[in-house]
Design a binder for this molecule. Structure first.
Ligand code: ATP
Length: 294
């Protein structure tokens, strides 16, 4: 079903699908199979152990660029303990989203290492990576197929009761039950048109099913109306609870209560600490905070 839904999407909207991924495909290191999520990449024979032993995330002197000769990240090192909430803040274009994508295993560093529980992300099979860490952003893909197909993408073989529980966990069971055919309802282009908020709830329900312990959350400015956004934030807060969260904070107010804040400037981490520590340090974060607050 997983592959079927993707193939259906390719048949119905191949250009859209390719365009959506076009910029990603320009990255030499990126794996098409990992992006499309169809096939696992098996590590090369003789690789060291690829299964993580723990949940800590480490970046060790990571360098990355989308194009040869243009560095977007330089010498980035950080450690994220399990259950920590880390916020990445900094000016637009500094490299926050790029770092988030690397920490989610979507891109591999050009140099340096990113490890999860001691195992290098870029050497882990894609399926293994996805079972531990997920990227959450506002690009929620509702694929052509039934509501069930769309949920099973996250956990093949899940029973209907588990799918309903996941929908319930993100407050989507009410409207889903009201759909004519329940889980059999066709969604995506050609099927029932879901609102942007409903599509995001489907994405969150997939997260509940996949149950990764680490989430990279790209808090892009919401396109939703304020009421839908508040409703969704409550569901999201429940999904984040108990997991390691690496939040790409485009707005400062979502960062200040994080356990650790990393200031990303010009592809480097320039400051690292709690809100209080960074305000006391009187550096870039303190200046950002004052200008935002004042
Ligand atoms: P913002 O807060 O505006 O989202 P950011 O700190 O998240 O910014 P990134 O989106 O990581 O910054 O961008 C860092 C640099 O990489 C920018 O110069 C950007 O133009 C470039 N960049 C980002 N994504 C791509 C891509 N897919 N292909 C090529 N260059 C990219």
């Amino acid at each position: 079903l997983t592959t079927g839904a993707l193939i259906a999407q390719m048949l119905v909207d191949p250009v859209g699908l390719i365009l959506r991924w076009y910029d990603e495909l320009q990255v030499a290191q990126v794996s098409l199979a990992r992006l499309v999520g169809v096939r696992d990449i098996e590590p090369a024979a003789g690789d060291p152990a690829v299964a993580p032993d723990g949940r800590d995330v480490h970046a060790d002197r990571v360098h990355f660029g989308y194009r040869a000769g243009v560095d977007v990240l330089r010498e980035v090192s950080l450690e994220v303990a399990p259950g920590t909430r880390l916020a990445l803040v900094g000016p637009s274009g500094a490299g926050k989203s790029t770092l988030g994508r690397l920490l989610a295993g979507i891109y591999a560093p050009r140099d340096g290492r990113i490890t999860l529980g001691g195992a290098e992300l870029s050497r882990m099979p894609a399926e293994e990576v996805r079972s531990h860490v997920a990227l959450v952003n506002q690009e929620h893909h509702v694929f052509v197929g039934s509501l069930r197909d769309n949920l099973l993408l996250a956990r093949t073989g899940a029973a209907d009761a588990e799918l309903w529980a996941a929908l319930g966990a993100v407050d989507a069971d009410g409207w889903a039950r009201a759909l004519g055919d329940g889980l059999d309802t066709e969604v995506g282009s050609g099927g029932v048109a879901l609102t942007p908020a409903q599509a995001q709830q489907i994405a969150l329900a997939r997260l509940v099913l996949a149950d990764p312990h680490t989430l990279v959350l790209d808090e892009a400015t919401s396109l939703l109306d304020p009421r839908a956004a508040r409703h969704l934030e409550r569901s999201l807060a429940r999904v984040l609870d108990g997991r390691t969260v690496i939040a790409i904070a485009h707005r400062l107010h979502t960062a200040h209560d994080a356990d650790v804040i990393a200031v990303v400037e010009n592809g480097r981490i320039s400051e690292l600490g709690s809100h209080d520590q960074l305000v006391a340090a009187e550096g870039a974060y303190a200046a950002l905070w004052r200008s935002w607050h004042g």
